[in-house]
Structures are given as structure tokens and as C-alpha cells.
Design a protein around this ligand. Structure first.
Ligand SMILES: *[C@@H]1O[C@H](CO)[C@@H](O)[C@H](O)[C@H]1NC(C)=O
Length: 453
């Protein structure tokens, strides 16, 4: 009884191998209860993860399971609708109907599994991934099987901890059956008001970089432009290379899509990574190989302010999980300019500082309980920091929120698609209420919806 249920015990090596390792196991006790356990070994300087962090992770697992149950219920409804629609239009759609029946069968199995779990029994090892791979392959573009045909779901080797968590939340109903846009028409995002993020749409691709220099980068708009720029103006920096200094400007989306810049600025100091933003006519960025924050004014083409971000880790000390020296990340939202980073004192947890955009003076600082290395990216909306759990899993989730208005954090479970599976930049634009991202050469944008507060 124990043997089939003891799924796996694996180590995950994060970026560069030696930084941090974790293990996860699921096993069945003699009394028939499941035990989910994992451990995260930290680097020497912060030897144990804080109790708060472990608790948050447990809460997150629990909420993911609940989210999965909600998704299953949603899937059931959609399948029932699809079923009845297909019965009505029989004859033309026999192929799709077969697929629908497969999905129904799969759904019933998952429901059965959920019942077992609720009743305190482990589902049988292997079954889930095998059957999942069989019935899901071909029905969507998700990649559950390895090239050699093995199911990937429970193969944790060589995977980051973040990917593991994403695997747990797989099976979003929305990706099996095309979801109608819930952000449309009557429920359009509030154009002025603030709220909690509750939904992120599918990515829309605007541009694809045509050289290796564009694998990573950042594209930006100014939510509060100064003349002669407008809200349509777009800026772009390709960040591959050791001496990144070119800032491309495009008059509008059309020129951006065509790849016709109207101006190219040569920055006096090179740029580190993908954390920069444009705000009120200035580019804010981290100077390469330093913790210096620079404010470059485009009108005068000069650096107006430079300020050291005291104690901030840089050059791969506290980066996002994809690495890339992403230790320092600017953000802009309805409240203004922010920078997120970490310090030795914060033991690698995300620190948020509100900045005066004129002087780069710190106005206020918050220390969260979210380990910076464990998330793929983050962005601010209405004074709330949101984190993304994976940069490479197509079906990622926004897994955590920290509210600087109340100093409270919350586990989230909002699906987020990394369509090109290497998301190196994720920023919010408060003027358009959209998320801009750079995903593996591709510049993409997401609609969002905020709840009323
Ligand atoms: C939240 O934390 C900040 C920074 O530590 C502090 O200045 C502020 O008073 C706190 N606010 C609340 C509502 O607790």
C-alpha cells in the first residue's frame, strides 16, 4: 500500500546549482492519511527558511488544491454545456465529441481522485500523470509529455521548485476550452479605480525580436508622459550583452510593430537587466554591476539623479528565479514609483521601497515574507505587490500579494500564461491597466481585471 503511493523524493537544483535545493515528497501513513512534505535548504547566510515562509507555502499548497477543485467544477460545467451543444449538432462533429467524452472521462477520474484525497486517501502513484498525458495530449498545446513520451507531471528532477508548484496547479479548465473574455464589455476593467487583481487575460503578442540580442529585454510605455511624448510612445531596450546602452523609442504601436524606431538614445551608463521603467519623461534604471539607481531624462539626454540603493543585493545575489542579475526591479503604478530588491538584513525576502521620482529619495520601505529568489517576477498595482511563480511554465500563476496599504500579505491563485516559456520582464502600466511582458524574444501584453475595493 505504501509503495505505490510513495511518489517521489527529489532534489531541485535552482539556477547555478549550488544556491538552494529543495525536496518534496508525498507518502501514505499507516492510518491511510496522505503526507505532503517538502524542505527548502537555504544558502549558509540564511540557513533555515523562516517559519512564516513555511506556513505561507503550506497555505499556498492548500489554496492551490482548492483552486484546482474550483477549476474542476468549472470544467465540469463547460463540458456539460459542450456536450449538450454537440448532441444538438451531431453528425458534423463526431471527432470533437470523442474528444469531449475523453475529457469527461478524465474529469470523472479527477473528481474521483479529489474525493479520495478529501477522504484521506492518496490517489495511486503514476496514474494521474499517465492518464493525464494520454487524454490531454493533442487536445491542447500544453506539453505534458517528454520527447520520449514519458509523462512529465511527477518527474521533478532538474526542475526548479517553482515548476513543481506550477505542476500542482495544472489542469486549468480555461486552457482546455477557450474561455470567452470575461473582461469584455459590461465587466470592463475599472479605468480609474483601484482594486485587487482578480484576473489576467491571454497574452497578445506585438513584436518579436529578430536577433539573439532580443532574447531578454524590456519594453515600456510612460503612464504620465511629458511633451513631446504621448501615451502611445513605446520604448525598448534589448538587454542581452555586457554593455547595454541603447534605448529605442517608437512613435506608436504601429511603428513598434514594424520595427521602425523614431529615435535611439545612447545611455551614458550601461543598463543592468530588465528592471527599468519610464515615468514622467525619465528612464529609471539600475547601472550595470552596481546598486546605483539612475534617473535619465530623455529631453536633456542626461542622468539627472544617481542614488545608491543602500544594502541592496546586486549581480545575482537576490535575483528572480530566472537569474539574469534581476536583483533590482523598478515598478510604476497608480501610487507612483517603486523599487523592489532584497538585502542581507531581509534575508533574501522582497523589500519594497516607495521612491520620490524627482530625487530617488526613499519615502517608505516594507519588508515582505516572500523570498525573492523563489519567484519569477513581480509588479505593483495600486500599491500591492504581486509575484509570479514561474517564468518558464506556460501555465504559471500569480501566487502572492503584499499590500503596502495594509502591510498584509495574501496567497493568490490567478492563472498567468507564459506563452513562450521564458518570461524575463513583467511590468504593470497604470495608464492602460495592462501588464507588459517580455517572453523569450516576444513582447506581449495582458488585459487584467481588478475587483472593486
Ligand atoms: C506599514 O509598514 C510601514 C513601513 O514599515 C509603516 O511605516 C506603516 O506605519 C505601517 N502601516 C500600517 C497600517 O501598519
Amino acid at each position: 500500500m505504501l509503495a505505490p503511493c510513495l511518489l517521489t523524493l527529489a532534489s531541485f537544483l535552482l539556477e547555478a546549482g549550488a544556491q538552494m535545493s529543495s525536496s518534496f515528497s508525498r507518502s501514505l501513513r499507516r492510518d491511510g492519511r496522505c503526507i505532503y512534505s517538502f524542505s527548502v535548504a537555504g544558502p549558509a547566510e540564511d540557513a533555515c527558511s523562516e517559519p512564516g515562509e513555511a506556513l505561507a507555502a503550506v497555505r499556498e499548497l492548500r489554496s492551490e488544491r482548492e483552486g484546482q477543485q474550483r477549476e474542476l467544477a468549472e470544467l465540469a460545467n463547460r463540458l456539460r454545456l459542450l456536450e449538450s451543444w454537440m448532441v444538438r449538432s451531431q453528425g458534423q462533429l463526431s471527432g470533437q465529441q470523442g474528444e469531449s467524452l475523453n475529457l469527461l472521462r478524465r474529469l470523472q477520474e479527477l473528481e474521483q481522485e479529489n474525493r479520495q484525497l478529501r477522504a484521506g486517501h492518496c490517489p495511486q502513484a503514476g496514474r494521474e500523470s499517465q492518464q493525464g498525458a494520454q487524454s490531454l495530449t493533442g487536445s491542447s498545446s500544453r506539453q505534458r509529455t517528454q520527447p520520449d513520451g514519458r509523462a512529465s507531471s511527477w518527474r521533478f528532477e532538474d526542475r526548479g521548485f517553482q515548476e513543481l508548484k506550477s505542476e500542482i496547479t495544472e489542469i486549468p479548465a480555461s486552457s482546455l476550452i477557450q474561455r470567452s473574455d470575461p473582461g469584455g464589455q459590461d465587466t470592463a476593467p475599472h479605468s480609474s479605480g483601484c482594486g485587487m487583481l482578480e484576473w489576467v487575460g491571454d497574452p497578445v503578442t506585438f513584436q518579436k525580436a529578430d536577433s539573439i540580442l532580443g532574447k531578454y529585454g524590456v519594453w515600456m510605455k510612460d503612464p504620465e508622459p511629458v511633451p513631446h511624448h504621448t501615451r502611445d510612445t513605446i520604448w525598448r531596450i534589448n538587454t542581452v550583452g555586457t554593455d547595454v546602452r541603447l534605448l529605442y523609442e517608437y512613435n506608436d504601436l504601429d511603428q513598434f510593430v514594424k520595427g521602425h524606431p523614431s529615435k535611439v538614445y545612447v545611455l551614458p551608463e550601461p543598463v543592468e537587466s530588465t528592471g527599468s521603467v519610464i515615468y514622467r519623461g525619465s528612464l529609471y534604471y539600475q547601472k550595470r554591476k552596481s546598486r546605483s539607481l539612475l534617473r535619465y531624462e530623455m529631453k536633456t539626454e542626461t542622468i539627472l539623479v544617481r542614488k545608491d540603493l543602500t544594502n541592496a543585493g546586486y549581480q545575482g545575489v537576490y535575483p528572480y528565479s530566472w537569474g539574469g542579475y534581476t536583483d533590482i526591479d523598478f515598478a510604476v503604478d497608480e501610487m507612483g514609483l517603486w523599487v523592489t530588491y532584497s538585502t542581507h538584513q531581509a534575508q533574501g525576502a522582497i523589500v519594497i521601497s516607495k521612491l520620490d521620482p524627482k530625487t530617488l529619495q526613499m519615502e517608505q520601505t516594507w519588508t515582505t515574507t516572500i523570498r525573492r529568489r523563489s519567484v519569477a517576477n513581480s509588479f505593483m498595482i495600486c500599491g500591492i505587490l504581486y509575484t509570479l511563480n514561474s517564468y518558464s511554465n506556460r501555465h504559471a500563476i500569480i501566487n502572492f500579494a503584499y499590500n503596502t496599504n495594509t502591510n498584509t500579505s495574501k496567497v493568490m491563485n490567478i492563472p498567468f500564461e507564459n506563452r513562450y516559456r521564458y518570461n524575463c520582464m513583467t511590468d504593470y502600466n497604470p495608464a492602460e491597466k495592462k501588464i507588459l511582458a517580455w517572453d523569450n524574444f516576444n513582447m506581449v501584453m495582458y488585459d487584467i481585471r481588478l475587483s472593486k475595493l
